[in-house]
Ligand binder design. Structure first.
Ligand SMILES: NC(=O)c1ccc[n+]([C@@H]2O[C@H](COP(=O)([O-])OP(=O)(O)OC[C@H]3O[C@@H](n4cnc5c(N)ncnc54)[C@H](O)[C@@H]3O)[C@@H](O)[C@H]2O)c1
Length: 277
């Protein structure tokens, strides 16, 4: 039996993280698209990792339970990485809430029941969640602690009509949910954190930068403190630290990695975006 790393969402960000923590372990590569998981498995196997690929839909609890069972066949689950999600331009409101908000919450809940002693998890949220104004204390509490099957019935979630808001609430919820779950993960000797990346160059983001909205994105990046987009490897480095022995005092926390874009959005040169976001 080996220690097991479970990655859900086998895009470039997820792969960058799994490569940093997967050496000598069994790496389970799960994705809605089995072909995406298999392609990742081939790349990983070619680089010396032991892997298995599995189809998983995080918006479905049964599918998450199957993933957990599959992972435990290889050993104790030491790391969970969630880099699965749909973006505001990819899906309607209901789908975004079902996958990004509910699905992530169920994944945290189910893996919180099996995570190994000394284990750790990282959930990829987004800078988008930081562009939502302050919620009330009660809303924060509800997003952090409402039982998963009741989450999507919260009235302020049911009132959402546009996909950007659905994405922003989902990503805010990821951060709050991680904080809400830190106690139960802690009881198992495990840590759980979220990372909120800014624009990270992945095939999808690269297409957006070349597409019809590309000029707006390029302008935003040029005016941001870092003056560029991020790379999956930079997110991987942060996640590796959080999951390493050096990160054991860090749990229930969120880490923005956006080249200063959020700071500039609220207080600097990017304030013009508030009118359109
Ligand atoms: N790329 C960016 O600029 C950026 C910025 C901030 C946050 N993020 C977040 O990072 C994560 C990874 O994004 P990425 O850029 O690598 O995108 P990606 O599209 O390459 O990866 C996302 C993966 O999630 C999978 N997926 C979608 N729905 C799923 C479901 N229901 N169950 C299981 N898997 C599912 C997709 O098939 C895809 O392989 C996402 O949560 C995204 O919101 C990305």
């Amino acid at each position: 039996m080996k220690e097991v790393v479970v990655l859900v969402g086998t895009g470039s960000i997820g792969q960058a993280i799994a490569r940093r923590v997967g050496a000598g372990k069994h790496v389970v590569l799960g994705d809605l698209k089995i072909e995406a998981a298999q392609v990742a498995a081939k790349i990983f196997e070619g680089a010396g990792f032991e892997t298995s690929a599995i189809a998983v839909d995080i918006s479905n609890r049964e599918s998450i339970l199957k993933l957990a069972l599959h992972a435990q066949k290889f050993g104790a689950v030491k790391n969970l990485i969630c880099a699965a999600g749909v973006s505001p331009s990819q899906a309607p409101v209901e789908k975004i809430l079902q996958v990004d908000l509910y699905g992530t919450a169920v994944l945290l809940e189910e893996f919180g029941k099996i995570i190994a002693q000394g284990g750790s998890g990282v959930i990829i949220s987004s800078q988008s969640g930081h562009r939502l104004g302050a919620l009330t204390e009660e809303q924060n509490f509800q997003l952090a602690t409402t039982p998963t099957e009741e989450l999507l019935n919260l009235p302020f979630l049911k009132a959402i009509t546009d996909t950007l808001k659905a994405y922003q609430y989902s990503k805010r919820c990821n951060v709050l949910r991680v904080a809400g779950q830190a106690t139960s993960w802690g009881k198992r000797g495990a840590t759980i954190n979220s990372i909120s990346p800014g624009i990270i160059i992945t095939p999808l983001a690269a297409d957006e930068l070349k597409g019809p909205r590309g000029e707006g994105y390029r302008k935003m990046l040029e005016a941001s403190p870092a003056k560029r987009a991020g790379t999956p490897d930079e997110v991987g480095d942060l996640a590796e630290f959080l999951m390493s022995s050096r990160g054991r005092f860090i749990s229930g926390a969120d880490f923005l990695i956006d080249g200063g874009t959020t700071a500039s959005y609220w207080f600097g040169d990017l304030q013009y975006l508030k009118r359109t976001h």
